[in-house]
Design a protein. Structure first.
Ligand SMILES: Nc1ncnc2c1ncn2[C@@H]1O[C@H](COP(=O)(O)OP(=O)(O)OP(=O)(O)O)[C@@H](O)[C@H]1O
Ligand SMILES: [Mg+2]
Length: 478
């Protein structure tokens, strides 16, 4: 690979030798005869690698190196010196030089350093990009006062060790908030271990959380470290904590009280220093009154409760969120960011967002994938958002809910109950047309199920299943 290489040396003869070696190997060479000149060129030309002489009049190589680090932390630097003492090499290493080569120069050493430096530079840049992508990925975006309040709670809760309970509907950002607390805490450099209590089968959750010894139960062929132990000195995130069984609740309570765990099949207790953050979309107080959740555990968990409002209660966050998802999407897919017209944002503000921010994010991505244009207009949004609402329609619209977003129900003119929106995906289209076909045939045969099933050549049981699947009910007269 051809690299752009900066050679810094006060001796013209050395610069010439280096230029010869490097250009012969196909690289582009920039030279500087002094420290200040090197800094200017490094900034202007953004080289891939720099070879830096130590002993120069004015600012020496080590000083150049440390100033370079201030402006360009990823530039790989090779120190070149005739005066190589162990201590300069050490100092250069401390300042982030990745190689130290001695004069007189050997062609092989120089080219070797170039190869290594190029790879290192690529890695460093990738790493930095990934880090910043991760950071924006976990950013909490919004302008509403309720989001500001949440950020404030996060900031205050973070440096403490107090247990935090995050409450809110599905997709409102509970996990994001949990991560934000961890990142702003004194434990940020330690692990954030997530356990989804709803996704792990009852018989496995205890060994998942607390670990087990080999042979603790049938099938325990290897010992396993539990999540609490893995999170030692860090944070454990107990997601969907409302779905934990009473037995597991009792054990978790013990960890919270005693700060120690016991692996299954072991009598030994292990001290753990873990910060607990829990989240649920269940109404825990109701779960308590139904006898499904322990009140004492609830008190332990909700030292700092954070309630996250649904998206419909903070519609003013929508423009900022859309902007955030658009720029994230275009960065990940190497596309020019599209713009949402004001009318398009209005339509988004009128939608129902049962799935909250997750659903908004999916809708935005879908729009970006489907639309080739630079500006997304209201009608683009209407087609996507409306069909989303249809698909997820379960409860009747809340009083005063804007009708544009409410899903239509089947009528004579609209047998599929899809409104005027066109199905957006092949699956939606298939379901849409299947439903329309069935309604049509049922009407034709006076809603006689046996007769209809016979005519369309499907078992009656299958027809019943379809009626249920699509929520098809016999129309009543008038
Ligand atoms: N304030 C926000 N700013 C930016 N992105 C957000 C915000 N809130 C949520 N998101 C995004 O919305 C999606 C859902 O968030 P998250 O997974 O944290 O929700 P949740 O409350 O844990 O949902 P569930 O209860 O379904 O697990 C994620 O992609 C997340 O990045
Ligand atoms: Mg979640």
């Amino acid at each position: 690979m051809k690299a752009r290489i900066l050679v810094v040396d006060d001796e013209p003869a050395i610069r010439d030798t280096m230029r010869m070696i490097l250009e012969y190997d196909g690289h582009e060479v920039l030279t500087a005869g002094s420290g200040p000149e090197a800094l200017t060129i490094a900034e202007r030309e953004s080289p891939d690698i720099a070879f830096l002489d130590i002993k120069m009049p004015g600012i020496d190589g080590l000083e150049v190196l440390s100033r370079l680090r201030g402006t360009n932390e990823t530039l790989p630097v090779v120190i070149v010196s005739a005066h190589g003492t162990a201590s300069t090499a050490l100092e250069a290493g401390r300042l982030g030089a990745f190689r130290f080569i001695e004069k007189p120069l050997s062609k092989d050493y120089v080219l070797d350093a170039v190869r290594e430096g190029v790879e290192l530079g690529v890695l460093k840049r990738e790493n930095r990009q990934m880090r910043s992508a991760l950071e924006t990925k976990h950013e909490l975006v919004g302008t509403s006062s309720s989001l500001k309040q949440i950020l404030d709670q996060v900031r205050r809760a973070a440096p403490t060790n107090a247990t935090v309970l995050i409450l809110g509907e599905s997709g409102v950002g509970k996990e994001l908030i949990a991560r934000a607390i961890h990142r702003a805490s004194l434990r940020a450099k330690e692990r954030f271990v997530q356990v989804n209590c709803a996704a792990i089968p009852e018989e496995l959750i205890e060994s998942e959380l607390f670990g087990h010894e080999r042979g603790a139960f049938t099938g325990a062929t290897e010992k396993q470290t539990g999540k609490f132990e893995q999170a030692d000195r860090g944070t454990i995130f107990l997601d969907e904590v409302g779905d934990m069984s009473p037995k597991t609740q009792a054990k978790v309570l013990r960890v919270l009280q005693e700060g120690e765990v016991e692996r299954l099949g072991s009598a030994r207790t292990i001290k753990v220093d873990v910060r607990v953050i829990a989240a649920t979309n269940k109404d825990l107080e109701e779960e308590i009154s139904l006898g499904r959740f322990r009140e004492d555990l609830y008190f332990r968990l909700s030292v700092i409760p954070i309630s996250v409002p649904a998206l419909r209660e903070r519609l003013e966050d929508i423009p900022a969120l859309v902007q955030h998802f658009v720029s994230q999407f275009s960065r990940e897919n190497n596309r020019r960011p599209a713009r949402f017209a004001p009318g398009a944002l209005d339509v988004l503000r009128q939608a129902r967002w049962r799935g909250n921010i997750r659903e908004l994010r999916n809708a935005v991505e879908r729009l970006l994938i489907m639309s080739e244009r630079d500006v997304i207009e209201a009608e683009d949004v209407r087609s996507v958002v409306r069909s989303d609402a249809t698909r997820f329609q379960a409860a009747p619209p809340a009083a005063g809910a804007p009708s544009a977003a409410a899903a239509p129900s089947p009528t004579a003119d609209d047998p599929a109950g899809q409104g005027s929106a066109k199905p957006a995906t092949l699956r939606e289209f298939k379901e849409w047309s299947e439903r329309a076909f069935l309604v049509d045939k049922l009407r034709e045969f006076g809603w006689n199920i046996s007769k209809t099933a016979e005519v369309i050549d499907t078992p009656r049981s299958n027809l019943y299943k379809k009626l249920e699947q699509y929520g098809i009910k016999q129309e009543t007269e008038g």
